[in-house]
Design a protein around this ligand. Structure first.
Ligand code: SF4
Length: 221
């Protein structure tokens, strides 16, 4: 399923963090053993630290800060062990994950809108409005990502963190959501990527891609 942000509160009285679904599952697993308390706190402290750093950096340049996060995420994947890379099933032209709802941050929306303007990529506002009305939780023609053109991502250079870090290593058939059947899909797990992607979600407002884009278009005309 799509990598939606989830709220994570390790115990009453702790800060609530938005975390990626993969990190939520991992933290949930750690929580089953009391001896993992320290590890959980280390992870949350890192999210907190990165979030604060990103908030400071974006005051100077929001778009460049988001691009730096993308570069760091890509870098972690480049350095992934060869056997992990070999197991990745994602291929150009496979679009299964482009029909599922995903959330992005306000800065990610700004980066995409900017990129589309610079590259003459039209954003069909009417299509986005229809998607918002229908929602993208079920598979349909309207759940197709607005940027999926000719089975390729037309904004690949600035695709959101959720798309960028989705590296499936289970049977690609399990990704097929066209019959609205949700299968357990496994993907490459890198704790640093999940921490950084989670920090990005805590920096500013996040929301479904289509809503974040409409908000950004409304603000910038
Ligand atoms: S932004 Fe690109 S990779 Fe992400 S869902 Fe849309 S078309 Fe697919």
């Amino acid at each position: 399923m799509a990598d939606l942000p989830y709220s994570f509160e390790p115990a009453t009285g702790y800060n609530k963090y938005k975390v990626t679904s993969i990190l939520r599952d991992y933290l949930g697993m750690l929580m089953e053993q009391p001896e993992n308390k320290e590890t959980i706190e280390q992870i949350l402290t890192l999210i907190d630290g990165y979030t604060n750093q990103l908030r400071t950096l974006r005051q100077t340049n929001r778009l460049e800060t988001t691009k730096e996060v993308y570069k760091a995420i890509d870098g972690f994947f480049e350095k992934a062990p060869a056997e992990n890379k070999k197991a990745i099933q994602c291929k150009s032209g496979c679009t299964a994950c482009c029909f599922i709802e995903l959330d992005i941050s306000e800065d990610e929306a700004a980066l995409i809108v900017n990129y589309c303007r610079e590259n003459d990529i039209e954003i069909d506002r009417e299509y986005l409005i229809k998607q918002v009305a229908t929602g993208r939780r079920s598979y349909s023609d309207l759940s197709r990502c607005i940027f999926l053109k000719d089975n390729l991502c037309s904004i690949y250079a600035v695709r959101p963190a959720a798309c960028r870090k989705h590296w499936v290593n289970s049977d690609p058939g399990l990704c097929d959501f066209s019959k609205n059947i949700i299968n357990k899909v496994d993907s490459y797990f890198n704790i640093d990527v999940e921490i950084l992607a989670s920090a990005l979600l805590n920096v500013d407002e996040t929301g479904p891609l289509e809503i974040a884009l409409l908000n950004k278009l409304d603000k910038t005309g």
